[in-house]
Design a protein around this ligand. Structure first.
Ligand code: MN3
Length: 201
């Protein structure tokens, strides 16, 4: 059952096994096929017949942020958006260094690329419980942020450039409790700097 008013789950931008061995096909299968899909399905159930049915995803997120009576819709909508953004933040044979324009911006904002990596890694490691680590553009400066649960920089007046999902479901099958190993390996091998650079424009 589907109709034109429903939010669709975008296709993965890579094959389920494309990120191996850093993230297994099994993890991607559950994460995209069960977790991400459940947020899409729940969102469509919760918005059916409401003022939010048929609105673009970003609009649903912005209209329900910080509204206690719409927490359920916000959480599912933001998680749909955050996950799609996360898939695009990754690629096989990613990692390495960003291209010139983004690199220059990173050096201006953080001092050096290594200092930036340190700060992003620290944010991802220390986000208490479930959440996300982000690189965002705030005015003219790049910043590292972390958000709990479904919270998203999209509602905070900044432009997200890339994200890392640090909910346990993102890494537990492959890394168990070793979140730091997951984070450093993803940054080293999978981060899609081209995607981040394109979000700068
Ligand atoms: Mn997730």
């Amino acid at each position: 059952m589907s109709n034109k008013n429903q939010i669709m789950q975008p296709a993965l931008p890579f094959a389920e096994n494309a990120l191996e061995p850093v993230i297994s096909a099994k993890t991607i299968g559950f994460h995209y096929g069960k977790h991400h899909k459940a947020y899409v399905d729940n969102l469509n159930k919760l918005t059916a017949g409401t003022e939010f049915e048929g609105l673009p995803l970003e609009e649903i997120i912005k209209k329900t942020a910080d509204k206690q009576e719409h927490t359920g819709i916000f959480n599912n909508a933001a998680q749909v958006w955050n996950h799609t953004f996360f898939w695009n933040s990754l690629r096989s044979n990613g990692g390495g260094k960003p291209s010139e324009v983004l690199m220059k911006k990173i050096e201006e904002s953080f001092g050096s690329f290594d200092d930036f990596l340190k700060e992003l890694t620290e944010a991802a490691k220390t986000q208490f419980g479930s959440g996300w680590a982000w690189l965002v553009l705030d005015g003219n400066d790049l910043k590292v942020m972390k958000t709990p649960n479904a919270e998203t920089p999209l509602t905070m007046g900044v432009t997200p450039l890339l994200t890392i999902d640090v909910w346990e479901h993102a890494y537990y099958l492959d890394y168990q409790n070793k979140r730091p190993d997951y984070v450093t390996t993803v940054l080293d091998k999978l981060i899609n700097w081209e995607f981040a650079a394109n979000n700068l424009k």
